[in-house]
Design a binder for this molecule. Structure first.
Ligand code: NAD
Length: 482
């Protein structure tokens, strides 16, 4: 029932920033799970490379702790040991010459070579330059870069320029881990693998689309970064726009990296500028013992948003007249992310308004559980005349696939795609720039009028104005955490 594991070629993966938080929570545990599943070919190696003074044994210990904390079920000792044996470490300085000769000496010509830049973007230029200087790059070499990819269009362009000076676009893998989620790919399978949905997938039949990425956590230890960023830059410009693109794009001619990315790009370019009154920004307030946003970011005058809701339009033949509502925020009622495609009402109810029943909705849930449900209207069972009720047709992986629903985490899948050389689920340079070109004027709009975010209670649905944004259109958000 579950697709078989497709082997990848033997590889050397070098993780710059191998001792950082991302390596600990995501990259190393993800690689371990691929190894335990038998997807990492024999002879593959993972080399941590960071400024921290460490040797191979200490890095293995670091990885062991990361795996026991974040890889899920307790690993078998023999498998864990075999994985740790694939690890090596080099102390290296991206900004100087320390460690580069040692890294170079460890390289082999007989394996796919990938460099994961799990470090801040200010180091990309130096890393890229030194990789070339030390002859560590061949035409097959890949690099993986993390978000944030720029702070605005200008900085994103500058980053693209830095990377393109050293690498061909076909070698650059910009990660947006939302694209690695099973359900996000299933959205494409559902849309383009079935006859059922595509004829209805347009403004004639779809009333609106809502995309929510809600987090329960606050900014945590990332206050300094987040205060300069905010929900629009941190979440909408990348994750929510990518989800919007996959929902709205035309069918690509084939499932090929550039064909898919061309179609996504067309969606971004068709996005209309957003009217200021179609945007609601919010900031979470203190609750009980927990401090509010301004204390979390240690800036009592911060006007940065920890929540944003907006209405936008994709101005093309398919979508003219169907709004897309996007919403994301921190310290909301629950960790809950989903895309909901709300279909229009039937043109006429033969059962009468009092019979009940609602509209069809296709709900693609990404977090906390992944799954897809289609809400359909049926007759309420039993006597009592023709009364209607809505039931979800459940395509949840957990139920349908049983034990096999333990699908790879987004990072695992994406790293294996890097080794395979498949860029379909990675953002291309022009996509990133187009996304910023749409985002920048929106941000400049509120900055120019000194817009102050609306306060909202922690662990709530966000500011009441976000609900009003929908209510004014006679619609409502699905309740977060319901
Ligand atoms: P971190 O601060 O925890 O780790 C940074 C790593 O970079 C450390 O291993 C450090 O030794 C290394 N480093 C710093 N300066 C160096 C230098 N001059 N030379 C060599 N190595 C150096 O950061 P992180 O949270 O792991 O994030 C890494 C990148 O991933 C950042 O760009 C971040 O924005 C991005 N990111 C992180 C997360 C996350 O959940 N942590 C999520 C998305 C994106």
């Amino acid at each position: 029932m579950v697709s078989r594991i497709i082997p990848v070629e033997r590889f050397d993966l070098i993780i710059f920033g191998g001792t950082g938080d991302l390596a600990r929570r995501k990259i190393l545990p993800g690689l371990f799970r691929r190894f335990a599943d038998g997807q990492m070919p024999e002879g593959s190696r993972i080399i941590g490379a960071a400024r921290s003074e460490m040797d191979q044994a200490a890095f293995q210990e670091f990885a062991e702790e990361a795996i026991s904390s974040f890889a899920g079920s307790a690993p078998e000792d023999t498998v864990l040991k075999a994985f740790l044996d694939t690890l090596d470490y080099v102390t290296i300085d991206a900004l100087g010459e320390d460690g580069w000769a040692e890294l170079s000496a460890k390289m082999r010509d007989t394996a796919v070579r990938a460099f994961y830049f799990s470090v801040g973007p200010s180091l990309f230029d130096d890393l890229a330059m030194r990789l070339h200087k030390h002859n560590l790059v061949d035409p097959e070499t890949r690099i993986v870069v993390e978000k944030p990819f720029g702070h605005d269009l200008e900085t994103a362009r500058a980053l693209n320029k830095v990377l393109s000076a050293h690498f061909d676009e076909s070698q650059i893998y910009r990660i947006d881990h939302y694209l690695g989620k099973e359900t996000v790919q299933n959205l494409m399978a559902v849309r383009f693998g079935n006859m059922l949905f595509e004829p209805l997938w347009n403004s004639q039949y779809i009333d609106h689309v809502q995309i929510t990425v809600a987090e329960e956590v606050g900014v945590g230890g990332r206050g300094g970064y987040y205060d300069k960023s905010g929900a629009m830059r941190d979440m909408v410009q990348n994750h929510l726009m990518q989800l919007l693109c996959l929902t709205a794009m035309e069918p690509p001619a084939k499932f090929d990296p550039d064909a898919v990315r061309d179609e996504k790009l067309k969606v971004i370019r068709a996005l209309e500028p957003v009217e200021p009154h179609h945007i609601v920004r919010g900031q979470y307030s203190e609750t009980g013992d927990e401090q509010g946003f301004r204390d979390d970011v240690e800036n009592p005058k911060s006007w940065t948003e920890s929540f944003i809701a907006l209405k936008c339009h994709v101005q093309n033949w398919r979508w003219a007249g169907t709004p897309f509502y996007l919403r994301t925020g921190k310290r909301l009622q629950a960790r809950d992310s989903e895309i909901i495609v709300v279909f229009k009402e039937t043109p006429h109810s033969i059962f009468g308004m009092e019979a009940g029943g609602g509209r069809n909705e296709l709900r693609i849930q990404l977090q906390p559980d992944e799954g897809i449900t289609l809400k359909v209207t049926i007759k309420e069972p039993g006597p009592g005349g023709m009364r209607l009720m809505d039931v979800p047709l459940d395509m949840s992986f957990a139920e349908t696939l049983g034990d096999h629903a333990d699908t790879p985490d987004a990072y695992e899948r994406l790293i294996m795609d890097v080794i395979r050389g498949n860029q379909t689920l990675f953002m291309r340079d022009d996509e990133v720039e187009a996304a910023w070109a749409w985002t920048d004027p929106i941000i400049q709009g509120w900055e120019s009028v000194n817009d102050v975010p609306k306060p909202y209670d922690s662990y709530s649905q966000g500011p009441t104005d976000a609900a009003l944004l929908m209510q004014r259109d006679g619609r409502e958000w699905r309740e977060i955490g319901a």
